[in-house]
Structures are given as structure tokens and as C-alpha cells.
Design a protein around this ligand. Sequence first.
Ligand SMILES: NC(=O)c1ccc[n+]([C@@H]2O[C@H](COP(=O)([O-])OP(=O)(O)OC[C@H]3O[C@@H](n4cnc5c(N)ncnc54)[C@H](OP(=O)(O)O)[C@@H]3O)[C@@H](O)[C@H]2O)c1
Length: 246
Amino acid sequence: MSEDLKGKVALITGANKGIGYEIARQLGSRGATVLVGARDIGRGEEAANKLRSNQIDARTIQLDVIDQKTIDSASKQIESEFGKLDILVNNAGIASDGDRLPPSQVDIETLRHTYETNVFGVFAVTKTLLPLLKKSKAGRIVNISSGLGSLTKNSDPNSEFANAKYLAYNSSKTALNAITVLLAAELKDTPIKVNAAAPGFTATDLNQHQGHRTVEQGATAAVRLATLPDDGSTGGFFDENGVVPW
Ligand SMILES: NC(=O)c1ccc[n+]([C@@H]2O[C@H](COP(=O)([O-])OP(=O)(O)OC[C@H]3O[C@@H](n4cnc5c(N)ncnc54)[C@H](OP(=O)(O)O)[C@@H]3O)[C@@H](O)[C@H]2O)c1
């Protein structure tokens, strides 16, 4: 087992399953201490137990990204146990059945509900944990976006996503991309790097396992961005093959 991340503390939101769990597994298997963010402590503990049985230093942190109280107590817990955070992966995300309609017919509540988690939740977690990321020598923030957030792809009739016009989900990831760029610009003179990752269409509960990629593949871009060297990029949007157009 590689130990190149020994001493690093990584928090992954929504890490009890899917791509988030796999990101935790890959970072943990390289020696990082992984904090398994889970809104349900039982599901989080089950995932952390599985990771620990693979010799990974995994701890559960109860964190519902739409509940500021849990974000604040997660922050206090990390501060008192570690005094810093090296890697934050904003992975928790949702898609809603109410989004499976032509854009003009989507209910405003579907839009609000999706943004609560995919946009406001990410911002709330990042804002609260930024002081701890600033205490790291090499803070890394990875926002799990999607190719569906790319305006270039959404406006290309020949894109592989031409039929996936989900108003709430796609626009939430576009907003997340904007947050990524703005935060990276603010932090450009610090060691912190902020990037967005596109996992590709990955078989998870989010899409009833219809994705054609494995979680190992889906986690690749995020893990690379979470472990960028000091001269790595910031303010970018990447999949495992390189840059994704905005
Ligand atoms: N799968 C794909 O094809 C694909 C493609 C592009 C981008 N993505 C993105 O990848 C990320 C992970 O998705 P996935 O495919 O792995 O889906 P998933 O298997 O459904 O996992 C989603 C995770 O997010 C958690 N979550 C949802 N709302 C939360 C909240 N309010 N607070 C904390 N955790 C919350 C879920 O927790 P519970 O178990 O408690 O529900 C679960 O752990 C998402 O941001 C998604 O948009 C996925």
C-alpha cells in the first residue's frame, strides 16, 4: 500500500456510498486519514467500518450539507482532533425525478430542492471549513461537478449529453462551476487549489446504476485533483482525460 498521503486529513461529503465512498477508499489507501461525511451516522459508520477493514484510517463525521448545525459541529470536531483540513471533496449531490421533464415544465420546488444540496450545500460546507483548509500547507478543494454542468456541452446538439436536458441538475452543476472559478480566483495567492471534477456517467444509485462507468473510473479525476502538486492547476474543470469545456 502506498503511503504518500500519510498525515493528510481528507473530508469527503456523501462518502457513505457511490463515487464519494470510492474517493475515500482511494485517498485512504494512499495513507490519508479519511473523514467519511454522511448525513446518516449509521450509513456513515457502516462505510467507515468497511474502509477500516481494508486498513484505512477512516472516521465517520455526521454532516448533512443542508443543515448548518451539522456543518458547524463537523468543523469543530475536525478542528479539535486535527487542527487542519488538507482535502475537502464536495461530493454529496442529488438528482430529482421532478427534473425528468422538458426544462420549461420543471417545478420551481425541484429547482430549489436540487440547488439546496448541489449549490448552497457545497458553498456552506466550503465557507465553514475554509479556515481549517487555510491551516493546511497544501489545501485542496474538489467540487464534484458533471459534464452536464458544461454550458458548451448543453448548447451542442451533437454532444453525448444532447438528450440529458435536466434543468435543475444541469444548471446546479453550472452554478457549482462558477463557484469553483470565483473561489479559486480569491485564493490564487494561497496554497489552496480549487477545481471541479466530472466523473462521467457512472453506475450509482443516483442513476439507478445505468451509468456505463465504474466508481473506480468515476473517482479518478477527483482523486487526481485532491492530490495535485504545489504547481498544479486551480480554477479548472477536468475529467480523467483532461480539461472539460465550461
Ligand atoms: N453517477 C454519475 O453518473 C455522476 C455523474 C456526474 C456527477 N455525479 C456527481 O457525483 C456525486 C456523487 O454522486 P453518486 O453518483 O455517487 O450518487 P449516490 O450514489 O446517490 O451518492 C450520493 C451521496 O450524496 C449523499 N447526499 C445526498 N444529499 C446529502 C446531504 N444533504 N448531505 C450529505 N450527504 C448527502 C448521499 O447520502 P445518502 O446515502 O444519505 O442519500 C450519498 O452518500 C454527486 O455530486 C453527483 O451529482 C455523478
